[in-house]
Each structure stands twice: as C-alpha cells, then as structure tokens.
Design a protein around this ligand. Structure first.
Ligand SMILES: [Ca+2]
Ligand SMILES: [Ca+2]
Ligand SMILES: [Ca+2]
Length: 703
C-alpha cells in the first residue's frame, strides 16, 4: 500500500503507517481485553479416602482447567463427605482460585476466584467449617459480586436464618441488590433447582422467587445430578449439579425444558459478553455437549420525554445501562434532552429516536468493551452527544443518515482508533484530545472536524479518508497525517482563516495522476517534514498542477475552488521554506511556527513568488533570475512558475506577475493570512514603467 500508488508528501513513514493501520485495526482478542469466563460446578464428588469417585473428580478438574476460567462459581454441595474436609474436597483441586487460602495443597489466589453457594451437604456437619474455610463477601451465606459485564448473586436455599421464602429478608436483599445492578447480565446461583426434569428430585417450589421481575437474566442451580436448560416464564434456568456425584437421569420433561443431558458428569463454562453470553456444558470426556448463546435483552430508554439517564425507572429493564459492554438503546421519540448526571460506562450507544436526541449533562460516557470495539450508532434523526465522551476501546461511529454531532469534550488520549461508517454526517465541535498515533478512519459519508484535532506541536491524529468519503475541516487543524484514498475528498472550509498543519499528506496517484482531492479554498497548508532529503515539494507541485487543470481548479490533486472564480488573479502559491531567499524565509507562516524543512502553501496572487501576499519587486527579482523561457519543466512557484503550474518559467509567468503587480489583498478576496495586511499599493508610474520593460529585460538576459 505504501508502494508506487500512494504519493505521500511529508513524513512518509508515518503516513504509510497510518494508512496501513487504517486498512484494518488489529483487534485484540477477548482474552487480551479481559473478557469474563467462569465455570459452574456443583455437587462436587468427594475426594477424601473412602469416597467412590475421586478419580472422576480429578479428571473433571483437569478437563475444567483446560478452559482456564477466570473464576469458579458453585451451585452448592461443595463437600459431599460426612466430615468437613473442604481442603481435601475443594482446596486440593482449586487452591489457586481460593482467596486467603490457608490449606496445605499449594498457593492460593491473591484475590478470591472461587465463589461457592451453600448446599445441603455443606450443612451436614454444620456450616462453621464452610464459613471458616472460605473468605466471601457479605455474610458469606448469600452475597454478590461483579465481574466484567455481569453481576453475580449467590443465594442460600438451605437453612438460612434470613429465610428462604420469596418474601424473606434474604429475598428482599436479592431484590434490592439486583435493583442497584447496572450490569448487562444478572446471574443468580443457588443449590436447590426451582425447576428440573430430573428423576432424583422434583423442582423446589419454595425457591421459585420473582427472579425475572427483579432483573435476573439467568438462574443456575444444582442439587439434582443432571445438566438441564429450561425457559420458564421468560427466564432461562441452568441446572448443573454433576461434578462427581452419581448422575441421576430424567423423568418426563417438565414444561419449559429445552435441553437435557444425563449421560455423564460435567461442568459449565460461560463466556460473558456485553451483548451475548455463551453457556457451554462440557462432559467428562471434555466434549462440549452444548453451547447455547443468549443475547442480552435490549435495555431501552422508556421515557417519552427526556430525563436523567441515571434514573433506573427511565429504562425498560429497570436498571440504567452502565458497565463495560453495556448497551443503551434510544428508539422512542424524545421531547427533551437525556442528561448524564453520573458517569456512565457503555459498550454501545444506539441513537435511533425519530426526530433525533440530545444527550447532555456533564458526567460523561466512557466507552469500554471486553470485545473488539465500542459502537456509537445513529440514525433516523439529528442526534447530539453533548456530554463528554471518553474512549477506552477502539470505537466505531456509524451515522446511517442525517447527522450526529459530538459537541462535548472528546477524550481519546489513549489513542484508540476511531472509525466512521454510514452515509450520514458526523460533526465534531467539542474539544478533542488524542494520544499519539491515533487513527481516525473515515469509511463512508462525511465528517466535519469543526474543532482542532491537535494544537501547535500536538499532531497526534492521523485522518484517513477512503473512497467516496469526505473530510471537511471547519477550522485550523493540526494532524499527524491526512491520507486520502482514491476518490476521497478533503476540504478546508472557505473563510481565509484556516491552516492545515500536518507532517504527512497522502494522495493516491495512479499512473502518475492523483485520484484524490484536497481543496484548500482560500486557506493555507503547512507540510512539516523531517528528512531534508525527503521534501514533498515536487509532489505538491505535481498535485497542484493536476488540480489546477488549465484554470478550472476542478481536477484531482490539490485545488482551490475559490481561485476558480478568478483564475488569472489568484491561485495556490507554494514554497519550501529553506529554498526561499534568507530574507524571505518564515519562522511564522499563516500564524503557525514553522521550521526550515517545511513546505508552505497559500492562496495568494499569481506573481506572489515569496508568499508574502504582495506582488512587488521582490517577486520580480526572483522571477527574472530564474527566467529561462521554459527550458526546465520542474520549476516551482518559489522560482517564478506562477502561471499554469507547468514547471516552466516563461512569458506566461511574466505576464501573470505583471497583471498582478502591486496587488495586495483586495475587498472580496478575503482578509489577510499572516503578514498580508496593510495598504494596497497602487501601481506607481515608475513601477509600471519598470514592468513595461520587464519583458525586454528578461529577453536580454536570456540573449
Ligand atoms: Ca520540518
Ligand atoms: Ca511577494
Ligand atoms: Ca509557468
């Protein structure tokens, strides 16, 4: 890609790197980004002497560890032996998952990664041994914790002092704790299965609490020694109590039973994602018996008006989406802004309200995922995100139609890549902060950068524009690179007050012809290259010559559509700073500090060889020195090729200079950039006389 087809003016290596990166960001795998995988085991076979199946348990443990779960949750009966030897039955196998481990089998875990539920066998000799052995949150009998996109609730279906009925203090705790959850997933774990087709026990009716109404997404249980998946009243249950205790088989399936496996021992491996979770059952042979994927229920904004984002009652699931991978959906028409009053974390933000939407408030949204990329998707109206946005993940912004405006502060200081897709328009007006090496890939539609993506000496953002896409720069921009693919367009919005400052300008050249277009209108550009041997001066000469297209200023390359209105008067002048005569070199050009290894481009009068905005004797002198009647075809503007961009310095250039001699900035031509202010000199008689002799002068010189 960095070979013959793309011409880069400026810091070529940096520009190529930018374009390559834009071809397809190397997404990190889920593991690298800390996705959550946990195992579910239950009814653990005993491993103390005299137990019938310690070898089976050991084999199950080996099979489980192949999956390398981040943590393990149990559905009870952690200790099937009559005694209370948790270290032999649990620690022997899982000490590296157990926090505050005091046992004898090796090292524990710096943080607890083993979360048991209480089963009837844990009560066989009282639960003191259990409570002493494990270090768990809360009262250790029922508790909750969060991991990734999920909130875990472990409840006690046995002899719980706080009760086990659906209205008990324990149940009230569960309802209250779940109402505070902001995770995309709420998982409940208990020992006694509320529903099961097992031949061993029927479902435990007393544990059929209002899990779904309280916000649960799934319920895991054991006690019966089978694997079963059920859907009851819209809530999906998993039964998995087969980690070593006798497999019990099934009776006639109960209503809602979706999948049953009673042939062998096994365990569950669950991968939690922001939008979907995969539940696997793995048997003793290590085979995946089933892998069931469930998508998160959409959590939609439920209020017809605006209101506080953070108010749980404004959302259809009764909890405000805020967690890594969480999805916020706006689909209903809004009559007012939605205010982000407390910080929000999202993996995806879907703005589809007909008639548009406004997210305001100062608390801001942090985009964070465990998957490949965060998403902002807008369609169906003009939307505005006025609350601050922070990227902690690569982010795709899709605008299918109309416009999305980002008017709040945009913090991409970690340098996560941005990708714009969709035919609609993205408008960035808020302050922008990018880390070094940040890439903004415009795949489709139009992007307006109406605030500066950088600042003096802060050129961190590389903008890549692909075919049929457009980047409009509505203010002065400091960019690490601007890479334009074939057919791509970039425009500095006219106004005679903008400068594009970049270290690398990339334009695709096919067969020697530029195929992308940069319109500077009546503005200026600074390409600040590093390597003195790699000046982009000649590239820029060719690209301007292409765009000029015989006064039309309408072809690919670098153009000034403003100049097209007065093609005999104005155009794009350009120079390499260190090739100007010492007195003409710039330390400040168009308001920007510049070094000598810089190519300067400016909308100015034909004849303004030294880019100071005036056509005067300084320009005459340079042109005369280089006048060679077109014997050289690589002359540049700064030598006097001020007409036709033909690389020649001949009578056409003399004529253009003569026509504009004395010109300073005129009304209707826009105001000055940099130096170009002050009185417009009227061509004096003497000067006109001198110019009348210019043609003779230069002919004499050549003769
Ligand atoms: Ca430089
Ligand atoms: Ca001049
Ligand atoms: Ca010429």
């Amino acid at each position: 890609m960095c070979g013959g087809h793309i011409g880069f003016a400026g810091r070529a290596i940096a520009a190529c790197a930018a374009v390559l990166a834009l071809g397809g960001p190397a997404f990190q795998g889920p593991e690298a980004q800390g996705s959550v995988r946990f195992a579910v085991i239950g009814d653990i076979g005993g491993s103390v002497p005299g137990e019938p199946r310690p070898a089976i348990v050991a084999e199950l443990v080996n099979r489980l560890k192949v999956w390398n779960p981040d943590f393990i949750v149990t559905v009870g009966d952690n200790n099937h032996t009559a005694g209370s030897d948790y270290d032999a039955n649990v620690g022997q196998h899982f000490h590296e998952y157990i926090g505050n481990y005091q046992g004898t089998y090796g090292a524990g875990s710096p943080t607890n990664r083993f979360f048991p539920a209480l089963g009837n066998h844990d009560y066989s000799a009282g639960i003191t041994a259990y409570l002493n052995y494990f270090t768990l949150p809360g009262n250790e009998r029922y508790y909750d914790f969060t991991a990734g996109a999920a909130h875990f609730f472990i409840i006690n279906s046995q002899s719980e002092p706080d009760g086990t009925t659906g209205t008990s203090p324990q149940a009230q705790w569960l309802q209250g704790a779940m109402s505070q959850s902001t995770a995309p997933w709420n998982f409940v774990f208990l020992h006694n299965s509320p529903y099961t087709s097992s031949a061993r026990y029927p479902g435990t009716t007393g544990m059929r609490w209002s899990y779904r109404a309280w916000g649960a997404d799934n319920v895991f249980s054991g006690h019966v020694h089978v694997y079963e998946r059920l859907l009851v009243d819209g809530l999906r249950y998993f039964v998995a109590g087969v980690f070593g205790e006798t497999v019990s088989g099934f009776n006639t399936p109960v209503p809602g039973s979706e999948f049953r496996y009673g042939n062998d021992y096994g365990f569950m491996v669950v991968d939690v994602g922001g939008t979907s979770t995969t539940f696997r059952f793995v048997n003793l042979a290590g085979a995946v018996v089933e892998a069931y994927t469930q998508s998160v229920a959409p959590n939609e904004w439920a209020s017809a008006g605006g209101g506080s984002y953070n108010l749980a009652g404004n959302w259809t699931l009764g909890r405000c989406p805020s967690a890594p991978d969480a999805v916020a959906e706006f689909r209903r028409s809004l009559t007012g802004p939605v205010t982000v009053d407390s910080p929000v974390i999202l993996g995806a933000l879907n703005l589809q309200s007909p008639g548009g939407s406004v997210l305001s408030g100062g608390a801001g949204i942090r985009l964070e995922t465990t998957g490949p990329a965060a998403v902002i998707a807008a369609q169906g109206g003009n939307h505005e995100i006025a609350t601050p946005l922070q990227m902690t993940a690569d982010t795709g912004i899709s605008v299918l139609d109309n416009a999305l405006t980002l008017s709040g502060a945009l913090d991409d200081s970690r340098g996560k890549s941005l990708t714009k897709s969709g035919a609609g328009t993205l408008i960035v007006t808020g302050p922008q902060d990018y880390g070094p090496g940040t890439v903004f890939d415009i795949l489709d539609g139009t992007v307006f950068l109406n605030s500066d993506a950088g600042a003096a000496a802060v050129l961190n953002l590389a903008v890549s524009v692909t075919s049929a896409s457009t980047a409009n720069l509505g203010t002065t921009q400091h960019l690490a690179a601007l890479a334009l693919a074939g057919g791509a367009k970039a425009n500095l919005v006219a106004g005679h007050d903008k400068v594009l400052v970049t270290t690398a300008l990339g334009i695709v050249v096919v067969g020697g012809v530029p195929t992308s277009r940069l319109d500077l209108a009546d503005n200026a550009m600074i390409v600040d290259y590093d390597d003195p041997a790699a000046s982009p001066l000649q590239d820029i000469r060719r690209w301007i010559a292409s765009g000029y297209n015989g006064k039309q200023w309408d072809a690919s390359g670098i153009v000034s559509t403003t100049a097209a209105g007065n093609p005999f008067t104005v155009g794009l002048g350009y120079a390499q700073n260190d090739l100007l005569s010492p007195k003409d070199r710039y330390s400040v050009f168009a308001g920007q500090d510049v070094d000598l290894t810089t190519v300067l481009v400016k909308y100015t009068y034909l004849g303004d060889v030294n880019l100071d905005g005036k056509v005067d004797d300084n320009d005459v002198t340079i042109l005369v020195l280089n006048y060679d009647r077109g014997s050289v075809s690589t002359h540049t503007w700064l030598e006097g090729d001020v007409s036709r961009y033909d690389g020649k310095i001949d009578d056409n250039d003399v004529t253009a200079l003569v026509l504009n001699y004395g010109s300073g900035w005129k009304a209707g031509m826009g105001g000055p950039l940099g130096e170009m202010s002050g009185a417009v000199p009227e061509p004096a008689t003497l000067a006109l006389l001198a110019l009348g002799g210019l043609g003779i002068l230069v002919r004499r010189k050549r003769n």
